[in-house]
Design a protein around this ligand. Sequence first.
Ligand SMILES: Cc1cc2nc3c(=O)[nH]c(=O)nc-3n(C[C@H](O)[C@H](O)[C@H](O)COP(=O)(O)O)c2cc1C
Length: 235
Amino acid sequence: MVQSMVTAAQNDFSPAEKSAVYRVLRERRDVRAGYLPQPLDDVTLYRLLDAAHQAPSVGFMQPWRFIVVRSEALRTAVHGIFARSNVDAAARYSGDQRSLYSRLKLEGLLEAPQHLCVVCDHESDRGHYLGRHSMPETSIYSVVCAIQNLWLAARTEGIGVGWVSILDPAAIKKLLRIPTTAQLVAYLCLGYVQEFSRVPDLERDGWEQRAELAPLVRADYFDQPYTPAYDTERR
Ligand SMILES: Cc1cc2nc3c(=O)[nH]c(=O)nc-3n(C[C@H](O)[C@H](O)[C@H](O)COP(=O)(O)O)c2cc1C
């Protein structure tokens, strides 16, 4: 009997390349302060957009649409929309948590020399609905994959990205003339920064800490803990 030989794909990443990938995953940060005024040139911006465009997408539909916002008037208007939403958000907290919330810097909309609004075109029939008959929301998940690609690529270029979700999506859609059929997925600040913080700002400022990974992993069933055979202290 002929034994079929199944071998793992040859690993064509060098150890240095591998560790660079893990490093960018660890050192990517959400940036809300410290943007430099110099705008991204088109070549660099397109490199980031092309990184986003390599993302996986359901049925290969590529539903992402990018709006590069450079106009100062628009950026100021978006900041106004943020300020109004942030008053409402702050009102949801009370006591010490409210005063901490009010001290947090949650966007860099006026400092960042350009914004990137990322939209999902649900209506596109590209991909011929593969995967979307049962899970239509996967078009949005695909756009989020593209955003993460851009976020990681930006980190390797010394470019900070800050995701601003304290916004009224209807107001942003109206301002940027986004059709009602499309969904606003992310509003991002984008710009060169002098340095990246070592820890998330929200951790530094005492809002939240990184959870331990081990309790988030289950074996076979949701209610069954997974006891890994690796050193859980190592990150
Ligand atoms: C979907 C999404 C929305 C976010 N919205 C905001 C936001 O409105 N304001 C903010 O300061 N950070 C926002 N963030 C950034 C998170 O606060 C940040 O990712 C988290 O604190 C971990 O920090 P790190 O990204 O630097 O690792 C958002 C992140 C994601 C993924």
